[in-house]
Design a protein around this ligand. Structure first.
Ligand code: ATP
Length: 286
């Protein structure tokens, strides 16, 4: 077994997020286009004699079994009957509680990293199954790139890497809890829901204008009630030249889509003086 691996854990954004219904198991049935971006945590995994230890440069990252990276290491260790342990270090760059799947991407990196240490013992299907046991967004984070996700996020249809998206991402100071946003969502109040078919047509044609017009998120209204700053950021990004703005996941991160890198960079130079957690980013392909 290799003693050490280091790997990137990219954040995800949702380009569309349609809530189709509520399931009997308590999860919501989704249809969402997910995209990795090049805003990444850096994960280092080192073998240890026993146990699992998690540490991070960010004190808000839990170091106990509630950390999704911890859960992932435990699960893969049990699956393979490993008798050694792991020390995991998370260099956190992705804002926490932001709708960017920070914890899920750390878990995915741990599954991929430990599998790499073992010379690729487990196949992709098994890794995806383990990932789903950790969290709904973990399978996508394992697969990476761009994908249409259904179910609670585990039915994945990879999409060809299309347009290279230039993104300015802004996280207001407030955090939102995903479970709380879903709890307060009223399905009967949803209207003008995302049209994923139209989105995919634009995606396949690399039509940035058509694509921008189809970027919608059913959770936005609920999250805006909890964090009105989302609207202020959206308006600000439009005034700085964004083609379109959208909240990612359950928020409160807002993404502005730009037609070129120059425009995105100019907007970012301004907005980073207004919001501490502002990032210039772009889509990340497998
Ligand atoms: P998602 O978009 O998947 O709902 P999120 O981006 O909104 O997630 P996270 O950054 O994953 O949210 O953090 C949500 C909570 O999860 C944090 O408050 C933290 O307590 C917990 N958590 C568990 N593992 C991690 C991790 N590896 N990194 C960050 N937070 C973690």
């Amino acid at each position: 077994m290799r003693e050490r691996v280091q790997l990137k854990a990219p954040a995800k954004i949702n380009l569309t997020l349609k809530v189709v219904g509520k399931r009997t198991d308590g999860y919501h049935e989704l249809e969402t286009v997910m995209q990795q971006i090049d805003l990444c945590d850096e994960i280092t995994i080192i073998t240890a004699n026993e146990g699992i230890e998690v540490s991070s440069n960010n004190s808000e990252v839990p170091s106990d079994a509630s950390n999704l990276a911890f859960k992932a290491a435990l699960l893969i260790g049990e699956k393979l009957g490993l008798n050694n342990g792991f020390r995991i270090y998370i260099d956190k760059k992705i804002p926490i509680g932001a709708g960017l799947a920070g914890g899920s991407t750390n878990a995915a990196a741990v599954l991929l990293g430990i599998n790499e240490m073992l010379g690729g013992l487990l196949d992709l299907g098994t890794l995806l199954d383990l990932g789903l046991q950790v969290g709904s967004d973990v399978p996508f984070c394992i697969l990476g790139g761009t994908a249409l996700a259904r179910g609670r996020g585990e039915i994945l249809e990879p999409l060809p890497s299309g347009l290279h998206l230039e993104v300015v991402l802004v996280k207001p100071p407030q955090q939102l809890e995903t479970a709380e946003v879903y709890r307060d969502l009223k399905l009967y109040e949803l209207h003008d829901q995302p049209n994923n078919r139209a989105f995919l047509e634009a995606w396949h044609k690399c039509d940035i204008i058509g694509l921008a017009a189809q970027m919608k998120n059913d959770l936005e209204t609920v999250s805006i009630t909890k964090c009105p700053e989302i609207v202020v950021i959206k308006e600000r990004l439009v005034s700085l030249g964004a083609l379109h703005t959208l909240m990612s996941g359950s928020g409160p991160s807002v993404i502005g889509i730009f037609s070129d890198r120059e425009g995105a960079e100019k907007a970012w130079q301004t907005i980073k003086g207004e919001y501490q957690e502002s990032f210039l980013s772009s889509s990340y392909s497998r």
